[in-house]
Design a protein around this ligand. Sequence first.
Ligand SMILES: *Cc1c(COP(=O)(O)O)cnc(C)c1O
Length: 229
Amino acid sequence: MTKQANLEKVTAQIKQSCEKSNRQQADVTLVAVTKTIDVAGITELYDLGIRHFGENRADVFLDKTRELADKDDICWHYIGSLQTRKVKDVLPEIDYLHSLDRSSLAKEIEKRATKPIKCFLQVNISGEESKHGFSKEEALSFLQEADFNFIEIIGLMTMAPITNSDKELHHVFHELKQLQQEIHALQLKNVPCTELSMGMTNDYGIAITEGATFIRVGRALVSDDNMEV
Ligand SMILES: *Cc1c(COP(=O)(O)O)cnc(C)c1O
């Protein structure tokens, strides 16, 4: 499949999931995860109209943002675990950080930032040990004790477990939404928490029906073969 065909398929799925859940398509931002493709591939997606791109490794992210600097309407999303020592370099290039996954990272961002930084707090809903992020309880206590000057917690992010169970996926995404609403209601300083970053190639349709406002889609968009996704 070409990237254009991929995009058409993903867009149709987004539309269908929005209709199913009475949501507006405009309320769901598609972030193309381009960690497995090069600048030429990103440019192809750009030419098809995509403006939101996600990367997960600091060095590659910096190379790509530098090479694509002339396309200044690109919105860059950093979605991977971010090492503290890389914060200083990548921060100026990040439009959205989806992976605020520990308090030491928040501390470093507050120290280095010179402008507001839109962040998603990463929450490990499924409780899998391999996954990064705050537990629900940790997320609540961390945000209640925080006093951000630069970090703006615009929402929550999670990675669903790899499973064939739609029921389990619905449950994980629903839990994230519940927590988002709970935190939003607290009206904490710099914590509007209105957004939900959830849903990847395997599960973005379900994530949308559960309220995702940002979906992070890689394989379904970037693959050039006939991989069934
Ligand atoms: C790779 C990645 C994605 C995209 O995953 P696909 O299955 O390729 O859609 C989304 N979010 C994060 C954090 C990732 O690392």
